[in-house]
Design a protein around this ligand. Structure first.
Ligand code: 6R9
Length: 668
């Protein structure tokens, strides 16, 4: 599909004229709270400093870390797009995240407040974390893991996940996390691609009040070809359920790790030593193993976590609700908060177990001050009703974050009002597995925020919006989001496939990183994300962004969530097909509701964006990180067999949708 750049507005001229105007009708503005601005970690000056000397700015940020050998080089871009940052420096990531805080007298500070889904809890101080990470590092060494060997981690959201990651980092063994929700097939593919030698897993974890087994998927994965190099499986006992056992291969964590010394001397690694591989689901083809390295990654993660959340480690309680198996969990559960010596919450379960107020109960219990979550979760809470968060004391919250998808203005406003008490600023953070850390986001003490916009590249980051010919678009126009300068936490390559790295990210535009997202700039130059370019619909010669149609639908009081796809259509190339989850007691049977919703979109965005079909459904197919899998909905809308469903949270959702919609693709 080509991007329509014939008109002055670039993407989808006619509809964009209308819909951009619609976005720009978004006139709500929220100034940073004065007390926050007065004490903010980062002020507007950071933009100036970074603009005057970008590399000097990052070299300065690298000093946040404790290096065994201080780097004298900042960026080596002599072989683009293969970057080296701080290449002559040496450091240990686990030392930076744990030991140095203990050495600084913070051993008694709680690093992690763990809340299990069944209600079991553990407070882990930095001193305890140091002992446990040391023991785990010793255990991995006893299992023969050496620097450079890959370790696969397939665990629920329990402290051992964090401990395992830090233990790997400590001995220089790159980790590869695989979501606990993924199937044996998905696990086998990832074990094979990374050639992992050891797997860390658990008997199971708790989800929705029930133990859910994990180990059987590992056993099954290890029967697949290409996994023969796995020597050992280290198994955490979490649920106590019966577990098949392969003698000589499987070892219990509590036995193996439990009997190790809690002393371990961390070794410093070169800044470009691999830290982890993380697979992105990708809509088609083999998953891509995104490779991140040590010094540049930790520098940017530590800086962004401090700057964007204005973290005051001595008083804040931070909570990122993401799964550790998602990049957000890597960067903002493990490496950001811990490198900054913060105190954080780690919660094992789902937001609605055992009741729909569980998250707010946790915020109240631990006095959470900074909450980082995804729009999908916010929309789910909206659907459950305002009265649920209202039952809890959320007054401790001072900053709210959003990540994973564009956040619709309606959801943004709800988040601000019902969770943030109309007081806490929202930081909408745009970034990707590939970028490693945040790239575009307001700064809570600086930026006047706008509902629905990620707004500005962070200090030291160069992002812009271009048209098909790589020309920067003027304010008020749309196009493709690109990154124009290398950044410290950028991916270094795709594991084992440099060519694919070049082709995927660097071939579309010369010397620019192509993020795959559509974006617009408003009259102030602020950036609004419009969703994946692959999801853009082509209707009667106009490109229409799924995000805009979805936002228009969600702005209707009877719609909680919407997913929009373009289905092949003989007259219009593609026809807009919307799947909606209703709220406020509305049902699919309500007389005239579908027409009302179609008319609502036409009014908001213009007649060309009026959906041909609106289909109320109970659930939408999502990945574990909450992203809607539109390609599966396209399959439904076009009456095709479903493609790969292995990365879905819950594959029964598709059966449900299909059963609700017999003949979904037939004409009205
Ligand atoms: C961190 C993460 C990356 C894709 C990205 C974009 C979407 C993430 C967003 C956002 C609009 C935001 N995305 N944050 N879109 N506004 N604040 O999500 O990584 O799972 O690799 O996904 O997510 O489409 O390209 P990842």
């Amino acid at each position: 599909m080509t991007w329509d750049t014939t008109g002055t507005l670039g993407m989808g001229e006619v509809v964009s004229n209308e819909s951009l105007a619609n976005l720009l009708r978004e006139e709500r503005r929220f100034a940073p709270p004065t007390d926050l601005a007065a004490n903010a970690n980062v002020t507007a000056e950071a933009y100036e400093l970074a603009k005057a000397d970008r590399l000097g700015f990052w070299a300065e940020q690298a000093r946040r870390l404790s290096w065994e050998t201080e780097p004298t080089e900042t960026l080596d871009w002599s072989n683009p797009p293969f970057a080296k940052w701080f290449a002559d420096g040496k450091l240990n990531v686990a030392y930076n995240c744990v030991d140095r805080h203990v050495e600084n007298g913070l051993g008694d500070r709680v690093a992690i407040h763990f809340e299990g889904e069944p209600g079991d809890t553990r407070a882990i101080t930095y001193a305890e974390l140091q002992r446990e990470v040391s023991q785990a590092a010793n255990a991995l060494t006893e299992l023969g893991v050496q620097a450079g060997d890959r370790v696969a981690i397939y665990l629920p959201m329990i402290p051992e996940a964090v401990i395992s990651m830090l233990a790997c980092a400590r001995i220089g063994a790159p980790h590869s996390l695989v979501f606990g929700g993924f199937s044996a097939d998905a696990l086998a593919t990832r074990i094979n691609d990374a050639d992992a030698r050891v797997i860390i897993t658990a008997d199971g974890g708790y989800r929705r009040g029930k133990p859910s087994a994990l180990k059987p998927a590992v056993d099954e994965a290890l029967t697949r070809p290409g996994t023969e190099n796995v020597r050992s499986v280290l198994v955490v006992r979490r649920t106590g359920q019966d577990t098949a056992w392969a003698e000589g291969r499987d070892v219990w964590w509590h036995e193996m790790v439990g009997r190790q010394s809690d002393q371990h001397t961390p070794e410093a690694f070169e800044a470009e030593h691999p830290l982890f591989i993380l697979y992105t689901s990708g809509t088609t083809g083999k998953p891509k193993g995104i490779l991140h390295t040590t010094g540049g990654y930790l520098t940017q993660i530590s800086y962004t976590h401090s700057a964007v959340f204005d973290l005051k480690p001595e008083s804040d309680v931070f909570w990122c609700t993401a799964d550790v198996g998602w990049v957000t969990g890597h960067s903002y559960i493990v490496y950001g908060p811990l490198s900054n010596g913060g105190t954080e919450v780690l919660y094992e379960g789902t937001p609605d177990s055992p009741h729909q107020g569980r998250w707010w109960e946790i915020v109240q219990k631990y006095g959470v001050t900074i909450l980082y979550t995804a729009p999908t979760a916010i929309r789910a809470c909206m659907k459950w009703g305002d009265d649920i968060p209202a039952k809890f004391d959320l007054s401790s919250l001072r900053i709210l974050g959003s990540v994973g998808e564009p956040i619709n203005p309606e959801a943004w406003m709800w988040y601000r009002k019902h969770i943030g008490g109309d007081r806490a600023p929202i930081v909408d953070t745009w970034w990707q597995t590939e970028t490693g850390g945040m790239m575009i986001s307001p700064l809570p003490g600086v930026t006047e925020t706008k509902p629905g916009s990620a707004q500005v590249p962070l200090p030291g980051i160069a992002a812009t919006v271009v048209d098909d010919d790589a020309n920067e678009v003027p304010n008020g126009s749309g196009g493709y989001l690109v990154l124009t300068e290398p950044w410290p936490s950028m991916l270094r390559t795709i594991w084992g496939d440099d060519q694919r790295y070049l082709d995927t990210y660097w071939a579309r535009f010369e010397n620019k990183y192509f993020a795959g997202d559509g974006a617009k700039r408003d009259e102030d130059g602020d950036i609004w994300l419009l969703g994946r370019v692959d999801d853009v619909m082509l209707v009667s010669g106009h490109n229409i962004s799924t995000t805009e149609v979805e936002s228009a639908l969600v702005s209707h009081p009877k719609v909680a969530e919407a997913a929009v796809v373009g289905a092949t259509d003989p007259q219009t190339t593609q026809a807009i097909c919307a799947f909606v989850i209703l709220r406020g007691g509305a049902t699919a049977e309500d007389e005239g509701l579908v027409d009302e919703l179609r008319a609502h979109v036409a009014k908001a965005l213009g007649p060309i964006a009026k959906p041909k079909r609106v289909l109320p459904v109970a659930e939408l197919p999502k990945t574990r990180s909450g992203k809607i899998m539109r390609r599966l909905l396209r399959d439904v809308a076009e009456n095709r067999a479903l493609g790969d469903v292995t990365t879905l949270t819950d594959s029964s959702v598709m059966d449900l949708i299909q059963s609700q919609l017999p003949g979904a693709a037939s004409e009205d």
